[in-house]
Ligand binder design. Structure first.
Ligand SMILES: [Ca+2]
Length: 209
């Protein structure tokens, strides 16, 4: 014979069981994983790069940093349209030495032109769109510890990986407006959101962490 108490208990057990079958909204929140890597022109990973992910509809901002392997992840990113940018302001002196001054001097004197477009961008520490003795002066001040940052720019510059230069002998002729940013839609997991890092002042691409 069933008592009322037993029937209630049975219903509670059934109810609890049914609750387990219904997906919990917090556990199934729609979200995707975004990832990418940041490395220099010669594939050296760059750590502690700040990645700023902005939802273009809501302006909501998320920040993550690369690990020692140069890789970053954003987890549980809702579907939408986004822009991603990379920034780094520390390690200004990394990869910068008198060898870079000599290399830039050789280029300016026409003795040995710099061939890699990314090295041109690294040498242009005053961000003037040209290489000059003023860049040599600013790099000298960093080496001599007279300055602790380049006055016109952060110590690093980032471009979407795979940036092409129309004239490799004159990289400054390529319009790089917007090349520091990746714009994309998220409706699935995304990898390969990669950037190339340019260490300002590192003319011979010697940067190592
Ligand atoms: Ca160097």
């Amino acid at each position: 014979m069933f008592s009322v108490k037993k029937i209630i208990m049975k219903n509670i057990v059934i109810l609890l069981f049914l609750t387990l079958l219904v997906p919990s909204p917090t556990l199934t929140a729609q979200g995707y994983t975004l990832s990418g890597g940041i490395s220099t022109a010669n594939d050296t990973p760059v750590e502690q790069v700040e990645l700023v992910l902005i939802n273009t509809a809501t302006n909501e901002k998320q920040i993550q940093f690369t690990g020692a392997d140069g890789v970053f992840y954003f987890l549980n990113v809702p579907a939408g349209n986004y822009t991603l940018q990379a920034e780094k302001t520390d390690a200004v002196r990394a990869g910068v030495s008198t060898v870079d001054l000599i290399r830039l001097g050789e280029h300016l004197l026409g003795l040995a032109p710099i061939s890699d477009p990314l090295a041109w961008l690294g040498a242009d520490v005053d961000q003037s769109g040209a290489l000059s003795v003023f860049d040599i002066q600013l790099i000298s001040r960093i080496i001599l510890q007279m300055d602790h940052a380049f006055p016109q720019s952060p110590g690093w510059r980032f471009l979407r990986a795979g940036q092409q230069f129309t004239d490799p002998d004159d990289p400054f002729s390529t319009d790089l407006t917007g090349a520091d940013k990746i714009s994309f839609a998220v409706d699935a997991d995304r990898s390969e959101l990669n950037f190339t890092a340019v260490k300002l002042g590192d003319v011979n691409l010697s940067y190592k962490p």
